[in-house]
Design a protein around this ligand. Structure first.
Ligand SMILES: [Zn+2]
Length: 459
């Protein structure tokens, strides 16, 4: 099967050129002009950008949380991803207490395999560091799960102490894994939560007030120092604040391998959304919390200067009705997480490129190339070049549309960006040569996505 994507502007992290793309079966065969007309199918890309499929390295499909689950499973969540131009996700597998990481990985394989519409990999969460989990880390690296996330927040649930963190980091210096951290200092945060609730301060906005940016900055700084001691790189997930960014920037200026992602919600939403009247703010409860607007400016600076390497979503949706509403009268009971996997690509194009914050090539780097490189998928994923998987978005960069729960494909009853007007439509979305989305029609099917055995990080 040969497909010719004809007449478009091909954009990668490195260049922008008028070129055709020839796809043979699952791979890109050639990029250039005059590629010959012998194709089984021709996709007209004139006046369109032809860009790599997005890679979202931070999702939580069907994630267990306080007796409920995030509302997208691997079927609905990956279909929504494809609608939005994202053709690869890396999801977080969560072990139960006492469960081997191996068993947890198998559970995630069983969940994702029959359902995923797009290719997927896993990170593994480590909530207990002991001889067994350290040995499990080694074997998972051999099975293509090459990154592990630990928490400095949520005492009694996920948080590990500094000694455990240091042990896991030291192990990663032997097995080549990348350690990812949720960097907020959970101890004092929990004390603040107790205090606020005792004072009757129960509204959603208090979620942000009890998780100050200084505690994210402190944890980020500590994580980087521990990683230096273990002589490994460290990756900070969902970085939300100037405080944390400064810690990363300072380390990078000194030549340390500190890496970080931010998410669209920290670029486009703020604590003002959490402070919306009534219980509306619950829709915006995630951790770290949304910050005051001046942080946004700094995060954009970080994305331009490469102190932040990529944008992922932390997609972890909960319905407003029934799920988020568990926290009426107690903000600490609101499930933490926002929907986002479908909106990242267009939001970052619209707000980032059209908004004059980043170049088009930097956009591709942030949503596809850098995630592929950092998480062991490049150059199979993240670019359009001969030999790469034909994961391609034909992007209509001009057409305006309005983001809304009424039209999105994520299984969640609200949109964080309800009513926001954006330019940009992923018009044709192709994964490994198969068209998943074609001008508003969904052609994918569950089980079509493949598990990606990832290499070690190539940062
Ligand atoms: Zn997360």
């Amino acid at each position: 099967m040969r497909t010719l994507i004809k007449g478009g502007t091909v954009v990668t992290a490195a260049e922008t050129m008028a070129a055709d793309v020839l796809v043979e079966d699952e791979r890109v065969a050639a990029v250039g002009s005059d590629l010959g007309a012998e194709a089984d199918r021709i996709i007209d890309a004139s006046r369109r950008l032809v860009m790599p499929g997005g890679i979202d390295v931070h999702t939580h499909m069907e994630m267990p949380f306080g007796g409920t689950f995030s509302s997208d499973d691997f079927a609905s969540g990956t279909a929504a991803a494809a609608w939005g131009g994202t053709t690869t996700i890396v999801d977080f597998a969560v072990p139960d207490f006492g469960e081997s990481l191996q068993t947890a990985a198998q559970r995630w394989h069983d969940k994702a395999g029959p359902k995923a519409h797009v290719d997927y990999g896993f990170h593994m969460i480590v909530r207990e560091v002991n001889d067994q989990t350290l040995a499990d880390m080694d074997s998972l690296v051999g099975q293509g799960i090459t990154s592990f996330k630990l928490f400095m927040a949520y005492p009694g649930v996920f948080m590990v102490d500094d000694a455990s963190l240091f042990r896991a980091m030291s192990r990663s210096s032997d097995n080549g894994a990348l350690i990812m951290l949720h960097a907020e200092n959970g101890g004092p945060i929990d004390v603040l939560i107790e205090r606020y609730l005792a004072q009757g301060r129960t509204a959603p906005v208090n979620h942000a007030l009890t998780r100050p940016a200084s505690m994210e900055g402190e944890a980020t700084h500590r994580a980087i120092r521990l990683a230096e001691l273990a002589e490994v790189a460290v990756y900070i997930v969902h970085l939300s604040s100037t405080d944390a960014l400064n810690a990363v920037r300072e380390a990078r200026d000194a030549g340390a391998p500190a890496l970080a992602e931010t998410c669209p919600q920290y670029l486009f939403l703020s604590v003002d959304d959490l402070a919306r009247p009534g219980f509306e703010g619950a829709k915006y409860v995630c951790s770290p919390p949304l910050r005051p607007k001046p942080h946004q400016t700094e995060l954009w600076n970080g994305l331009r200067s490469d102190d932040l390497q990529l944008v992922a979503t932390d997609h972890c949706p909960f319905h407003f009705k029934d799920q988020k509403q568990a926290g009426v009268g107690n903000f600490a009971k609101i499930p933490n997480g926002l929907p986002g996997v479908e909106d990242r690509y267009t939001l970052l194009y619209d707000g980032g490129v059209r908004g004059g914050q980043i170049t088009l090539n930097r956009f591709v780097e942030l949503v596809a190339a850098a995630p592929a490189k950092l998480f062991g998928l490049y150059p199979r994923k993240g670019t359009i070049a001969p030999g790469s998987d034909a994961d391609i978005v034909v992007f209509d960069a001009e057409t305006e549309r309005v983001l809304s729960a009424a039209t999105h494909h994520m299984n969640v009853d609200y949109s964080c960006y309800e009513g926001r007007s954006v330019r940009g439509v992923p018009e044709v979305v192709m994964q490994r040569g198969q068209v998943l989305v074609d001008h508003g029609k969904f052609l994918g099917h569950p089980g079509q996505g493949q598990f990606l055995s990832r290499s070690r990080s190539g940062m």
